[in-house]
Design a protein around this ligand. Sequence first.
Ligand SMILES: [Zn+2]
Length: 89
Amino acid sequence: MLHIKCPHCGLRSQNEFSYGGDATVKRPELNKEVSDQDWDNFVYLRKSPRGKHLELWQHISGCRQWIKVERDTLTHEIFKTLKANEEAQ
Ligand SMILES: [Zn+2]
């Protein structure tokens, strides 16, 4: 079982969190022309990386905040966690 350090609550069990997907996906800019293909890619296409990856998780049984987790998808090692509005270095 993973233990995730919520930036708001501290170290908690993975059971308190829900996985929210890839944190590197950027929404197309507002008020700009977006092709159907670009919109489809944003909505449906996701990579399945092997190794270090930045993910979104929600602390559903705690503060309910969305956070970013930098995790190795192969070893499940967690390198760092950030508030949702913080940028990874
Ligand atoms: Zn929390």
